[in-house]
Design a protein around this ligand. Structure first.
Ligand SMILES: NC(=O)c1ccc[n+]([C@@H]2O[C@H](COP(=O)([O-])OP(=O)(O)OC[C@H]3O[C@@H](n4cnc5c(N)ncnc54)[C@H](O)[C@@H]3O)[C@@H](O)[C@H]2O)c1
Length: 438
């Protein structure tokens, strides 16, 4: 499936009318997203008239998040909530706690949520939030104060019908519980539908924790079936062994694949005979990372991308596969569990090598799909069984992927551009039908 779109250099970005709050030379992930929009524009037909809508977020809120630390000092953190597009429904997207969070990053992540939600056809726009903080440096009580103050600050734009946050890197069920409680205390009634990814006892959904990894596995299997690849015996390498990477690795191994390499923030490990996934999951739970795992050898950081494998799953942060390491990749299939892990230059290198890339905007959409189920269950106060949830998830992912595959064949474009074609048409059609107010 060769991508026939013209290659785009960073010079192409100068053609964009940038908002004054961004610096052209420091666009970061937002610059990658703009290049992806440029690639899809020739395929949008009459809807291309509305494409500028996608090149600027509808709303970006920057908040100061002050908290008292346990030692009595006052610390200030930068917080963000960006609603990229709400043409198809309320904003939806995770909240990230990470020391490298920037406005550009949150903008890009919110835009990818718009694309993803439209690609799997759940009735949401796209949004994302974050705090620039390394949560590992905070105590449990400090983390709670930070989460609650941030939630209060962004409380003016979130809500079950306005914008629904969820977990992302370094945020989890506990953070979602504090967010839900804070919003509910401020509004005067328990509003379970304000966030997803909650614990099951607080209106969470069965299957949500595993949903993103399950979606990664589902589209991976669908792509392999169409490419004459076998899951049984396939060697898998995973970057990021958290929620997404850990579950995806577990499901692939349960289906007969072999996990040969893992890299996370603590180090890289390798075992050509296959890593014992349940044992590694326990190790990570106890120690916080894959380093010092007894059942594998240590791998040099730079060697990770060149390991012999059939499937590579980046499931950590964005920009990890770039022009400097893409050529090393030996896998035939890259499944993007993370958001934005491949730069456009790396995309072109992989395409030229014949590596099939399953893009984030479809591959990791399982999480938001079950978040949608959670939200629906919260509104109706009627909860479904895990089997029902998993069956509906798999059906949605398979149907969405089949549509993407077909569009890629029809237009001879990459799966990423095909996903963008489907999603951007849905978003811009909604925009056109709604019209501009006033
Ligand atoms: N959780 C979800 O439902 C969901 C849904 C869609 C997309 N995603 C995306 O998947 C990715 C991972 O999210 P998650 O929820 O699994 O987060 P997580 O916090 O559970 O795990 C993150 C993993 O990345 C690793 N990591 C961090 N920095 C790294 C570095 N510099 N090098 C290598 N590894 C590093 C961590 O060690 C950890 O294993 C993110 O890009 C996120 O946006 C998550």
């Amino acid at each position: 499936m060769q991508n026939t779109a013209p290659p785009l250099s960073s010079n192409a970005l100068s053609a964009h009318a940038l908002p004054s709050y961004l610096q052209a030379e420091k666009l970061g992930p937002w610059g990658i997203y703009l290049q992806q929009i440029d690639r899809v524009t020739p395929y949008l037909g009459h809807l291309a008239r509305w494409v500028e809508t996608l090149k600027r977020p509808k709303r970006a809120l920057i908040v100061d998040v002050p908290i008292e630390l346990d030692n009595g000092t006052i610390a200030h953190f930068e917080g963000y909530r960006v609603q990229h597009n709400t043409s198809r429904g309320p904003g939806k997207g995770g909240v990230r706690f990470h020391q490298d969070v920037t406005l550009s990053e949150v903008m890009a992540l919110s835009a990818w949520m718009s694309i993803k939600n439209a690609a799997v056809n759940v009735p949401y726009g796209g949004a994302k939030g974050g705090i620039r903080v390394d949560p590992k440096t905070l105590s449990h009580a400090e983390l709670e104060r930070l989460t609650r103050r941030y939630t209060s600050e962004i409380g003016i734009i979130i809500g079950p019908n306005k914008d629904i946050p969820a977990p992302d890197v370094n945020t989890n069920e506990q953070i979602m519980s504090w967010m839900m409680d804070t919003y509910s205390m401020n509004t005067g009634s328990t509003a379970t539908g304000v966030v997803t990814g909650k614990p099951v006892d607080l209106g969470g959904s069965l299957g949500r924790r595993e949903a993103t990894g399950r979606g990664v596995f589902t589209v991976g299997v669908e792509a392999m079936r169409r490419s004459d690849m076998r899951v049984d015996g396939a060697r898998v390498a995973v970057q990021g062994f958290g929620n997404v990477g850990g579950i995806a690795a577990k499901l692939f191994v349960e289906a007969g694949a072999k996990l040969v390499a893992v890299q996370d923030h603590s180090g890289s490990i390798f075992n050509s005979l296959g890593i014992d996934v349940p044992a590694l999951l326990r190790h990570v739970q106890h120690t916080g990372g894959v380093a010092d795992f007894a059942g594998a050898e240590v791998l040099a950081k730079d060697e990770f991308w060149g390991v012999d494998c059939e499937i590579m799953i980046p499931a950590a942060l964005e920009g990890q596969i770039h022009a400097g390491n893409a050529a090393q990749i030996k896998a035939k299939l890259v499944i993007e569990g993370a958001n934005g892990p491949t730069t456009p230059e790396a995309d072109d290198i992989l395409n030229d090598k014949g590596v099939l890339v399953l893009p984030d905007v479809i591959a990791n959409a399982g999480g938001v799909t079950v978040s949608y189920f959670e939200w629906v269950q919260d509104f109706s106060s009627f909860f479904w069984s895990e089997d029902e949830i998993n069956a509906r998830l798999v059906r949605i992912m398979q149907e969405a992927f089949a549509g993407v595959w077909q569009v890629a064949q029809d237009h001879k474009v990459s799966l990423r551009t095909a996903t963008f074609i489907i999603a951007c048409q849905r978003i811009l059609h909604a925009r056109e039908m709604r019209g501009l107010y006033p």
